[in-house]
Design a protein around this ligand. Sequence first.
Ligand SMILES: *Cc1c(COP(=O)(O)O)cnc(C)c1O
Length: 370
Amino acid sequence: MNLSSLALPHVAKLHAYTPGLQPSEPGWVKLNTNECPYPPSPLVAEALRREIGEDGASLRLYPNPKSSSLRAAVAQHHGHGLREENIIIGNGSDDILNLLVRAFCAPQAAAGFTFPSYSLYPVLIEIQDGRSNVIEFDRSMRLPFDRIASSPAKAFFLTSPNAPTGVAFANADLERILATFPGLLVVDEAYAPFAWENAVELLARHPRLVVVRTLSKAYALAGIRVGYALAHAEIIGLLDGVRDSYNVNRLSQAAALAALSDPGYYGAIIEKIKATRDFHVGDFIQGRGWFTYESSANFIFTEPKNAAGGSGPTVARAAYDFLCARKVLVRHFPSHALTASFLRISVGTDGEMLVLSDTLDAWLKAPPNA
Ligand SMILES: *Cc1c(COP(=O)(O)O)cnc(C)c1O
């Protein structure tokens, strides 16, 4: 029996998204999926306990289908005149990205994205059997705004700060795209809390702009799965039309509300992560002489040099393997020349970064193939 032949032809051929490794045993220094190295605000656990109560009775009941109080809290959190009707909440921002592809992409309607950027976009587009328009960066990683502005896409996904490079794009450049690009510009701001600027203030002037955020990175809540989009009310209405009716569960709504109510806590850990990042970017560049992009995110994209001063895909792979054998997990993207000679290293605690740094020193001192 060939069950696959019953599926739609494009579904039978799909390649699933490859997430970073999530080891189940303890003892790893985990710097591979850009999670926050610090716990969420203590108000989150408190809110979860309150929501569950003595016996979990509230869990009998469906959650608020629109995550209404969370929409209001997000609107208030961002200000700039945003209101509840400008917000949609998702089961992670991946859910939001999926809704955007569902609403704006098809075999005859392309979605665009850059390479490199978040590798989920092509996966979502393939699931939809959609057409895609890929725009490649060059090694400078500067924004090719003219090429994006002339993209035939209905919706163009731009990650800023970009992943896996950490390079952020200025609002002025986004406005240059918006001035001529006739489609929807989706700016995926998963890492914006670590950047100096973000696109939220542009929303009031640009109805074709969508800003996507997540609580997974800066809010230390990857496990709770909450993300959201900020956009013109008409766009939000379209997205509401294609989402699951109960797409965000009760506990996630409660956790997210609690997190947003503690800006002081998050301001402090974000400052700490930025300081750790800037110290280690400096260490890679000046200390080790490794080419490293300026990062506006919570990770560092660096091109390792071996003891002989060589770099390239096999050098990056050797460093990755050496680290991995010593339970330090980072990310290597071998499949493209723009990324293959680099490692992406999430910014951890000072202790984790010390282990990383010592292990890289050991790699440089080790005999080849150690
Ligand atoms: C991590 C990440 C996301 C996914 O966020 P979730 O809210 O956990 O689904 C989206 N976009 C980019 C660029 C990311 O790095």
